[in-house]
Design a protein around this ligand. Sequence first.
Ligand code: ARG
Length: 604
Amino acid sequence: MKKFIDQISSEIKQAFSVLGYNPDLGKVTVSNRPDLCEYQCNGAMAGAKEYRKAPLVIANEVAEKLKDSRVFSEIKVAPPGFLNLKVKPSFVCAYLKQMIKSPKFGLEEPKQPLTIIVDYGGPNVAKPLHIGHLRSAIIGESIKRIIRYAGHTAIGDVHLGDWGLQMGLIIVELNERKPELVYFDPGYDGEYPAEPPFSIAELGEIYPFASARSKVDESYREKALQATFELQNGRIGYRALWQHIMRISLVDLKENYRNLDVDFDLWKGESDVQDLIPAMIDKFKEDGFAYLSNGAFVIDIKEETDTKEMPPGLIVKSDGAYLYLTTDLATILERMKNYSPEMMIYTTDKRQSMHFEQLFRCARKTGIVPPEMNLRFLGFGTMNGADGKPFKTRDGGVMRLEDLVSLINEEMYKKIIANRDVCEDEARKTAQIVGLAALKYGDLSNQAAKDYIFDIDRFTSFEGDTGPYILYTIVRIKSILQKYTEAGGVINKEALLAPEEICANETGASEKSFASDFGDKALMLTIAGFNAMIETAYEEIAPHRIAAYIYELANALNTFYHQTKILTEPVNEKQNYYIALLDLTRDILETCIDLLGFSAPERM
Ligand code: ARG
């Protein structure tokens, strides 16, 4: 379905054209003076020079031409040549009716559907998930859903950090604690036990302990590096331990993501591509891309246009170890082979932007991806505490993801209990749903690249630009609709008769009752902007566009609600129209929150 604003533009463009002007002058934008008009066109000013006419003259001609337009209820010319526009309610209504009948409310399918890999989450196995991983999960999940809704194929890959030093640290620490385990005996050639030699709780404790010790004990750290190297080079006892670490951690990770309503298609990790690396590097050498520099292999990626320092990409260290960059290159290689994607999107903390710049340049230069390949890095900012510094626990430690989620759920629970008479059990369940919305909306309503302040009190508030406010609005609509149907009403989605059509049928009531817009018009206009908004959110890969839209939509709905008697409206057609409008608003709000990755409870 053509975008609403484009339909309006068409009408104005046509008028410009008929009058002998360049039709492009008829481009319409949303008014920046909503007190004066809904839309505006500034084309008369733009065309004045070319046609050597006063803008006011052109604007008046256009206005005159559109006098009987089916689209506009009002066209006012304002000096020096603005066209201030209001559209007819019947025109918006017709558009909304068409939206209801169209799939995805009239969002057009892409001409060329793409396959897009979304690399997000990026947890490091056996290390605690922290807030950076939370942001990556929340943002990536939303991006994936937006891409799908826009009609493309999105493949979400968690890309586990499962091959790094943390594994060596765990192995070394376990060796200290339980040296008798067969995994450490190089001469052992039997089967390894199926039961892991540690519990999840122990594993959770071992890593931070070992990590802290490695920072003060150089020889311990050396041992961990050595163990990592041996693991990577196939020492079988270590591989067996690694399997245990992976199996146990994944159960826990999956649970964490499930709680966040984050879901991956691929659970691949750094370890999965290790076998591809030697051949990849040989090829880089053969093709003359990788060369020896101080004992290490590097790829030059400087470009003439660079304004900042661009160090060569380091792919093999002098001790033979591979790096983050190496693994990421091999991962691209594998993804190209398996999925032939047109685009890959990565989302991590923006402090990794240099890594991704290097990665993308290496991939292009070496021909792992074709030149037209779209590789995008979406770096996000830091989540800060009220003091403006990275969010910490009360005692100054790194906040773990589970703790953060419980913190917000607890606060939500308190507010729900305080707000309403509800049993403990239901309040807990609702708090979980609303808490997730508070957390995700608090994050996604900011432009991803910006830092933001995690303000628990604000995020969990039922008022203002928050997740709970959006949910509250949805629940409000649901409750009205429920009352309506309980009283015998039947929701007719297509009962969107334009107000003036209803008035025409209404004896005596004349236009007056509808001439004063009581919020229904603004609500309709916001709804009509849905497909344009989704297109922008997809093109910019910007969930915050959706957040901004639903905030506006929720506000429009609430204004309408406060100014209108819905359930007591005596004129049937009018009430049907209100109900259809509420129903459509709810459908759109629910669609949008799903794209942000949360849902609404039945009551709250
Ligand atoms: N595991 C990494 C980290 O914790 C993030 C991985 C991001 N994805 C990637 N393909 N490099 O920082």
